[in-house]
Ligand binder design. Structure first.
Ligand code: NAD
Length: 430
């Protein structure tokens, strides 16, 4: 499907949004129509059927996909998700975003994404194992350390990666740990990966404070979502002296203007398994006030870190935000309509694909270690991560200030430029 100018469009919201964001930045940088056209399509998309003999003896056929948007900079990199809304086009949109994220992060990867349309919460472990192994076998021809390196995503983790890798290694007849990342630490994984996204996010926040001459010990922050990204972001900011005035999860917002005891929140969550995962339910008993679900966005603070889900900062919530700085942990937490509202209010937004790239940078470190057959210390991993994230932040910060554009636009332009320059250098017959 194309628009009246012949540019590609889609009925899938994620793909269409990715295309429109790309066109806006590409037009700003006067990218040629040829390059725009090349980069608006994935290089390769493989759709597979995944038959599984279910526990009750019936056979169910699931639909899986793997998309390689670009391999201009190196092997494509991106997660594999298990969810009911997974479609080939959704994977195409997410793979395109991975191309920009890897490019901006300065790592030698293109963008990929994959997934299976299924409800993993309604499947047994055995059913998920059979599904993962068959999916792995069917995408095996395009997976490899120098071609396409998957990782966990929604509802997948170390276990799914091991099933997929084990299957492909058996087909190949040799061991190849660098074919995917996000493996358990004791099985060619990387110490430091669990905290990597939060650490990268905090590194961006600290550099922003340095650039603005702000003292971390005088800063207040609110963090939406207390899962992997949110909890480590809160902890690392807090360890450096930032007062965390509010945290939240699906059970509500927990607020204390004098500061939440983040270490206690960690401990509380780890000993309080909720219905689906760990929850902060009841944490108000630990000396804070319980507020509504979205109130975390509106509390009085300097920094707001949305680390839960997409679209939480929208045209209704944006006008009520008091924070002057937003560092995005979740993917697409800010809608297109909310952006000008924040911009007009002078809020500086560090965009998701810059701020939450610690995860993919950490994956790159795991891959690099696997290729070397050598495990770095956690300290080395953390130092390299912070250095890389800080440099990436500064690159975008500088460009945004020089060209007087938002950090999101600056990030898009920097990311697209690196890829389009290499496509031109290599020629169109990639
Ligand atoms: P997670 O499942 O570990 O945590 C999500 C948290 O958000 C949970 O605490 C959950 O209770 C909370 N939450 C969900 N809906 C909420 C709502 N409406 N209000 C308040 N809290 C809510 O997930 P995660 O790995 O921390 O990922 C969070 C976001 O960051 C996602 O958008 C993900 O795509 C993105 N992201 C994650 C990584 C990573 O390495 N984990 C990397 C890049 C981007």
């Amino acid at each position: 499907m194309t628009d009246e100018t012949g540019r590609r469009r889609s009925n899938n919201l994620i793909l269409d949004t990715a295309l429109l964001d790309f066109y806006a930045a590409a037009d700003d940088m006067h990218l040629s129509e040829g390059l725009i056209s090349i980069l608006s399509y994935p290089e390769r998309r493989v759709d597979v059927s995944v038959p599984v003999e279910m526990d009750d003896g019936t056979v169910k056929v699931f639909h899986g996909h793997r998309v390689q948007h670009s391999t201009a900079l190196g092997p494509s990199k991106g997660g594999i998700r298990y969810a009911m809304d997974v479609t080939g086009q959704e994977c195409e949109g997410l793979a395109m975003l991975m191309t920009w994220k890897c490019s901006l992060a300065g790592i030698p990867y293109g963008g990929g994404k994959g997934g299976i349309c299924c409800d993993p919460t309604a499947m047994s472990r055995k059913e998920k194992e059979k599904m993962s192994r068959t999916y792995g076998a069917r995408i095996a021809p395009i997976i490899g350390r120098w071609s396409d390196v998957p990782a966990p995503d929604m509802y997948t983790g170390g276990q799914e990666m091991v099933w997929i890798m084990d299957t492909i290694c058996k087909m190949l007849g040799h061991f190849e740990p660098a074919m995917l990342t996000g493996k358990p630490i004791d099985y060619w994984g990387a110490p430091g990966r669990t905290e990597a996204t939060g650490r990268g996010l905090a590194a961006c926040a600290f550099e922003l404070m340095r650039q603005k001459g702000l003292d971390p010990s005088k800063m207040k922050a609110a963090v939406q979502g207390f899962g992997n990204v949110g909890s480590y972001t809160a902890k690392i900011l807090n360890d450096a002296g930032v007062t965390i005035v509010a945290i939240s999860d699906t059970t509500g917002t927990y607020y204390n203007p004098k500061g939440i005891n983040v270490a206690k929140a960690f401990e509380y969550m780890n000993t309080n398994p909720g219905k689906r995962g760990r929850k902060l339910e009841g944490f108000e008993k630990e000396g804070c006030e319980k507020l509504g679900l979205d109130d975390v966005l509106f509390v009085d603070c300097d920094f707001l870190c949305p680390c839960a889900l997409q679209g939480t900062i929208n045209k209704d919530t944006a006008p009520k935000i008091k924070a002057k700085y937003i560092v995005e942990g979740a993917n697409s937490p800010t809608t297109t309509e909310a952006e000008p509202i924040l911009d007009d209010a002078g809020v500086i937004v560090v965009p998701d694909f810059l701020a939450n790239a610690g995860g993919v940078v950490g994956s790159y470190f795991e891959w690099a270690q696997n290729l070397q057959g050598w495990t770095w210390s956690e300290d080395t991993y953390n130092k390299r991560l912070v250095e890389l994230m800080t440099n990436n932040f500064l690159k975008v910060w500088q460009y945004s200030n020089d060209k007087k554009v938002t950090m999101r636009r600056a990030a898009y332009i920097a990311a697209i430029k690196r890829v389009s320059d290499i496509v031109e250098l290599r020629g169109v017959y990639l």
